[in-house]
Design a protein around this ligand. Structure first.
Ligand code: DX5
Ligand code: ZN
Length: 215
């Protein structure tokens, strides 16, 4: 059974409490919290202050996806804001190993996200040090985009590397996940499905989360 991580980016920000409550009573496993700086990605979302309001509503695991440059400057702030895991982008981190150590030293799980053009084999020398790989299935920056089909090949390749090395690194897939493509993503080897629009724009978000979970 996959872990389901609804992305709050698609929530109603005029009534965040209501959407957090909805996730809390749902079978969702994680809260996925998208941070965009307008530099690494062409959009700005929100920062550690809003993150703290979100994490304060829940006992569930809060998975923070940093689509920002210089994530080392903000790791402590997101720890203080209640993040359980912090995921940084491979493409934004020339000193990735140092970034990962910092996150772990702060007591959080550490993840690395890769853009659609970044091959999975580039993670070879960091894989054993991290808890999560976030395979981007859209170009980061916006919700509601279409799933890039080549992601399936990347997930299979990554899963085979992880299994061969007997690692416990989880594969999270992020962007454009729907009820129609989720099964193929799980079958390819994903452990965690992020879904924004598919959950929050559904007529019945609770039922949608349950359907994704039970695929
Ligand atoms: C995209 C974000 C995603 C996004 C997913 O840059 O990282 O987490 O919220 O949204 P959907 O599921 O609508 O594609
Ligand atoms: Zn995300």
């Amino acid at each position: 059974m996959p872990l389901i991580a609804p992305s709050l980016l698609a929530a109603n920000f005029l009534n965040l409490q209501q959407d957090c409550d909805l996730l809390n009573i749902s079978v969702a496993d994680w809260f996925h919290i998208d941070i965009m700086d307008g530099v690494f990605v062409p959009n700005i979302s929100f920062g550690s202050m809003i993150t703290k309001f979100i994490t304060s509503t829940t006992q569930k695991f809060c998975d923070v996806h940093l689509m920002i440059e210089n994530p080392d400057r903000y790791a402590q702030a997101f720890k203080d804001a209640g993040a359980n895991s912090l995921t940084v982008h491979y493409e934004a981190c020339p000193h990735l190993h140092r970034n990962i150590q910092q996150i772990k030293n702060l007591g959080m799980q550490a993840g690395v996200a890769i853009n659609p053009h970044t091959p999975v084999h580039l993670l070879q020398d960091i894989l054993a040090d991290i808890d999560l790989v976030c395979v981007m299935s859209v170009n980061p920056g916006f919700g509601g985009q279409a799933f890039i089909p080549n992601t399936i090949t990347k997930i299979k390749e990554l899963r085979s590397i992880i299994d061969k090395q007997n690692l416990h690194t989880k594969i999270e897939v992020d962007g454009g996940i729907t009820l129609s493509n989720a099964k193929s993503i799980i079958d390819a080897g994903a452990h965690v499905l992020v879904a924004g629009n598919t959950v929050f724009k559904a007529a019945d978000p609770l039922a949608m989360i349950a359907s994704l979970k039970n695929l």
